[in-house]
Design a protein around this ligand. Structure first.
Ligand code: ATP
Length: 320
């Protein structure tokens, strides 16, 4: 394989640039040409590409976001769109494509592979909700960002003896909530994977903690678990403790990637590119027990990931 493409798709995640850098450098060092595809699958359909060289990826390992930009493409979800993208790859001489993104992006890669373009997926999403891998690129940075933000909110929460309900990202996955909740000593963590009873799991826990002398509270709420403003109002009504809601929002997606994310992205980018060069097969790369491995795309997409319920139990046992 002589020419490959690389694109970023879905929500951006810190560390995507480190992965692009690793792909470009590995490809060139192994005698391949690399085309950077702008704006994900949308850009691929339009042939929006740029030839990458060793210097195109200088000074990006430390930068959040993605220099190739990301997009969500409805057009690419249709068979006509997928055929258009595959024809564009053939016209541009792209024999293999590296897709950095989440599950949706891997479904796109799977569809493109069926059209005859070899595709390798790299898990890049802050939610850590990709089943085949222990960690996704961006997760570590996101939880560190949330930790910093919650620490700051906590200072004022403590000064005013309040309760803060802090909403973090995670519509269907509670990893950000669980890890940041443990790291910040949140009294209550609510995740989409575990159903909760408001009276028992929120109000009673707070009242029991008040009885031990605690005067301020942090509740971490994954966005898939309800509305932070409404919950704050209900908590205030039922406990009498002044309660404020904070929605962290897009700050969680940005920022300079952590060491962990830079190293993970570099390893995955290198591994994925070597697969295109030496194995020429479609797959998704993953981190399992510290080792980089790969799975066929179909199998990777069928895998299920469970939140660590024992960790969730532990978090609440030590938060009282
Ligand atoms: P994140 O986890 O950050 O949301 P993602 O990769 O799951 O990332 P999506 O918006 O689900 O984000 O998918 C990104 C793009 O992948 C879509 O805009 C679309 O172009 C393509 N895609 C998603 N699902 C499919 C599908 N079933 N078939 C073909 N292409 C798809």
């Amino acid at each position: 394989m002589r020419t490959i493409g690389v694109l970023t798709s879905g929500g951006d995640a810190p560390g995507m640039n480190a992965a692009i850098r690793a792909v470009v450098r590995t490809a060139i060092e192994n005698n391949m040409h690399v085309l950077g595809v702008n704006n994900g699958f949308e850009g691929l359909m339009m042939g929006d590409v740029v030839e990458m060289n060793l210097r195109s990826v200088s000074n990006i390992i430390n930068r959040g976001g993605t220099i190739l930009h990301s997009a969500r493409s409805e057009g690419f979800k249709t068979e006509a769109g997928q055929k258009k993208a595959a024809d564009m790859c053939k016209a541009l001489g792209i024999e293999g494509l590296i897709v950095i993104g989440g599950d949706g992006s891997f479904r796109g890669a799977q569809a493109l592979a069926k059209q005859g373009i070899v595709c390798v997926g790299i898990p890049g999403t802050i939610d850590n909700d990709i089943a085949c891998t222990d960690n996704t690129i961006g997760f570590d940075t996101a939880i560190n960002t949330v930790m910093e933000m919650v620490d700051k909110v906590r200072d004022t929460t403590e000064s005013h003896s309040r309760c803060s309900v802090i909403e973090v990202m995670g519509r269907g996955a509670g990893y950000i909530a669980l890890y940041s909740g443990i790291a910040t000593g949140a009294t209550i963590i609510l995740v989409p994977e575990v159903s909760y009873d408001f009276d028992k799991d929120v109000v009673d826990v707070m009242k029991r903690t008040v009885a031990t002398g605690k005067r301020h509270f942090v509740v971490i709420l994954a966005e898939g678990c309800g509305d932070a403003e409404k919950m704050a109002k209900k908590i205030e009504e039922q406990t009498g403790i002044e309660t404020r809601a904070t929605i962290l929002g897009h700050v969680q997606r940005g920022g300079s990637p952590t060491v962990r994310d830079r190293v993970l992205a570099s390893r995955m980018g290198n591994y994925a590119t070597r697969i295109l060069r030496y194995d020429n097969k479609s797959c998704v790369v993953a981190e399992k027990a510290g080792t980089i491995v790969d799975y066929p795309i179909d199998i990777a997409l069928e895998m299920k990931k469970e939140l660590d319920i024992d960790m969730y139990r532990m978090a609440h046992e030590i938060s009282i």
